[in-house]
Design a protein around this ligand. Structure first.
Ligand code: PGA
Length: 245
């Protein structure tokens, strides 16, 4: 696992976007796993800028997002589908036919998870998976627990995740859902390359556990140490608890 400490989110975004753009320019049909949340937003802005300058086209990529809230439609401003449309896809030439999401409105959750798993497999697998990390060490919505899940599943969100994300729902007078669908740890670990982005003091504990702790489902991100190609981009604040390296 490569850990790269940079000054701030803008510096991180330059490097992270560069990796994705290079991948897409090498293979225009690349399969990219996207993440929502505040962490990758600067990186998405950079990709949009590059698209606008004609440096990259996302027209032929296939996308998979990590997770989605149960019960929210794609039109809901707090759905992750909406987030991706608003923060990246809708501002580039992404082909929405090639955009894949777990459906938060699926009637049969088991079938929906199996469908998503099969779709990832049929795509040939994810070339680059982008990740954030929760203050509790979650990746996607794989919350701390007793084991690592392999494929997609429905999860009851922990209080720490609800505390971190309910502000987005309160802003529009809604209550945050308590359940989400998420890719499993196995899905994430099968990605060929993984980029994790973390910024801010609130992530310092999680980053310390990820980088210096043991591999344990009580910090789901810690399993990334067993992957052969992970780059962790952290700013000075989120790296502040790391020992000398
Ligand atoms: P954030 O969320 O990027 O909004 O901090 C990351 C996560 O919860 O995985």
């Amino acid at each position: 696992m490569k850990v790269i400490v940079l000054d701030n989110a803008v510096e991180i975004s330059k490097e992270a976007a560069e990796i994705i753009i290079k991948q897409v320019n090498k293979n225009r049909g690349s399969v990219i796993g996207f993440a929502t949340g505040a962490s990758p937003v600067e990186t998405y802005k950079r990709i949009i800028e590059s698209y606008e300058k004609g440096e990259v086209s996302l027209k032929h990529i296939t996308t998979f997002n990590l997770d989605e809230y149960v019960g929210l439609s794609r039109e809901n401003v707090n759905s992750y589908y909406y987030f991706m449309k608003d923060n990246l896809f809708g501002k580039t030439d992404v082909d929405f036919q090639k955009v894949n999401f777990l459906s938060g409105q699926a009637e049969n959750i088991e079938e929906e998870c199996a469908r998503y798993s099969a779709k990832i497999r049929e795509s040939g697998g994810i070339d680059i998976q982008i990740l954030g990390i929760g203050t509790n060490g979650h990746i996607g919505f794989n919350e701390p627990g007793d084991n690592f899940a392999d494929g997609p599943f429905a999860v009851k969100l922990t209080q720490s995740t609800i505390d971190a994300n309910s502000k987005y729902f309160e802003a529009v007078g809604d209550k945050m859902p308590e359940y989400a669908l998420t890719m499993g740890i196995g899905d994430i670990m099968r990605a060929k390359r993984i980029i994790l982005i973390a910024t801010g003091k609130s992530k310092a504990e999680a980053i310390k556990k990820l980088v210096e702790g043991e591999v344990t489902p009580s910090c789901p991100a810690s399993i990334l140490k067993l992957h052969g190609d992970v780059t962790v981009f952290v700013d000075k604040e989120s790296a502040s608890l790391l020992g000398d390296r």
